[in-house]
Each structure stands twice: as structure tokens, then as C-alpha cells.
Design a protein. Structure first.
Length: 256
């Protein structure tokens, strides 16, 4: 089951820290996401949240695929609306639903690595972290003929040594700067508004093509045609993440 992280609000963290002392303050604040923001500043070419802003291009991305309940419908909407996209695939789900992963590639979409079973990578030691990435790479190579260069860590969270390890092996870490919040099982109107209100040239949009138990992505499916048609009318071109960033889809073989 895909689990979502609950981020502690800043005010709540400060209250907890004040009650528990300085050591707790450091620990509580470290969970709020400031380290990730610092990593983006330190490694802007390797931890990426958007593309160039010179052209009106946008990349739709879908996490947690594949999923029998939702992925096929999303692929059908993208085919009908002529909207290329990028799917970040969970390894064990790819093993269980290989036909959907093959269809992603056959339909011209990009495929990225989203770990093997969606853990919080920051809690893993090196062998477990490496296994999450490389096991998924091997699965995807069998299904689509290449090992993706693009990696999206679950929840968008990764620490510095993990980022450096991944970059040394040819990965690019792809997060987002537009969040649809569709994992909250939002309705169509909310998903549309969350995307269209934030999109700018070079945007990378976070959506989901798979969910955990009880999650309903019907709003994502229903919103997708509206989002695509509206942005096309505004002059946007839809591209995959590798196209947006002008990079190869596959990880360099020499990086192992």
C-alpha cells in the first residue's frame, strides 16, 4: 500500500521542540523540509523541480503507477488528448502489471524510477537504498528496454548522501513545482484549479496514476482533459520530463 507522509507544521514543531528542549528542536525542525530546500540550492542541476522558463512547455507527471484502477484510464485520456507525459513507476507494481508499463512506453510517454515499494528513502541504509533503486531499474529495463535516468524519490524526499550516490550513478532527481494534491481524492474542479492556478512556463506538474487503499483518483482522470485543453488554448506545449530538460531518457551505461 502506498502511504503518504504527514509533514509536521512549523508552528507545531516549534511548540514540541520548546517543550522537549534544544535537541528535540533540531530533530523536529529537520522533518519540516528545510534540508530538501537546501539541497535544491546546493545541487540545482541534479535535484530539479522545473524546466527552462523561456518557452511555454509543461510536463505532466504521474506517480505511483501502475494501478489497475486508474492508470489505463489516464493513458486513454492522454492518447485521446495527444498529451505526452511522464510516469514514475513503483517496481513491485510494474512486476504485477507489466502490460501497463509497456503501454506507457509504447504510447510515447517517459518512464521514471519511483523506488521498488515506496518507502521513505531517508530511513534506509545504503544497501537497502541501493536495492530500492537498482531492483526497479532492472525491472524497467526488462519491460521498456532501458534504465531510466530520471528518479523521483517517494514523497520527493531524499538526503544528501543518497542524492550524491544517485547522481554519481547517472540519475537526475526530478521533483515538481506544481502540486495537484490529487492524492487527497479531490474532485475534478479542485484538481483543475490546483494545477491551472500554479502553471508557469517550464512547470513540472505532480499528479498520481496510482494510489493506496481507499484513495480515489477519479478527480484526476476527469480533470485531465480540461487541464490539457485549457493549457493548449493558452499556447502551452506538453512534453515529457526528458524533453523538457533536453536530456536522454536512459541512464548512462558507464555510470554503474
Amino acid at each position: 500500500m502506498i502511504r503518504r507522509l504527514c509533514v509536521v507544521p512549523l508552528a507545531a514543531a516549534l511548540i514540541l521542540a520548546a517543550a522537549a528542549g534544544h535537541a528535540a528542536a533540531v530533530s523536529a525542525l529537520s522533518e519540516i523540509g528545510t534540508p530538501l530546500a537546501k539541497l535544491r540550492e546546493k545541487y540545482p542541476q541534479d535535484l530539479i523541480i522545473s524546466g527552462p522558463a523561456m518557452e511555454k512547455k509543461v510536463a505532466l507527471t504521474f506517480d505511483d503507477a501502475p494501478d489497475r484502477r486508474f492508470t489505463a484510464e489516464i493513458l486513454e485520456v492522454l492518447r485521446r488528448e495527444d498529451g505526452p507525459a511522464t510516469f514514475f513507476v513503483v517496481g513491485y507494481r510494474a512486476q504485477e502489471m507489466p502490460d501497463l508499463v509497456r503501454r506507457m512506453a509504447a504510447d510515447g510517454h517517459a518512464v521514471g524510477n519511483h523506488s521498488y515499494n515506496h518507502p521513505d528513502l531517508r530511513k534506509l541504509d545504503l544497501p537497502a537504498f541501493e536495492d530500492q533503486l537498482m531492483r526497479t531499474q532492472r525491472i524497467l529495463r526488462e519491460l521498456i528496454g532501458y534504465e531510466p535516468q530520471i528518479l523521483r524519490p517517494p514523497y520527493g524526499e531524499i538526503n544528501e548522501w543518497q542524492l550524491k550516490w544517485a547522481v554519481d550513478r547517472g540519475f537526475k532527481i526530478i521533483n515538481w513545482n506544481v502540486d495537484s494534491l490529487d492524492w487527497k481524492s479531490l474532485d475534478k474542479a479542485s484538481v483543475v484549479d490546483n494545477i491551472l492556478s500554479q502553471v508557469r512556463p517550464g512547470a513540472i506538474v505532480l499528479q498520481h496514476a496510482g494510489g493506496g487503499e481507499g484513495e480515489d483518483l477519479t478527480g484526476t482522470i476527469d480533470a485531465l482533459p480540461i487541464v490539457i485543453r485549457t493549457l493548449k488554448r493558452q499556447g502551452y506545449e506538453f512534453v515529457t520530463v526528458p524533453e523538457l530538460l533536453n536530456m536522454p531518457v536512459s541512464r548512462p551505461e558507464s555510470a554503474d
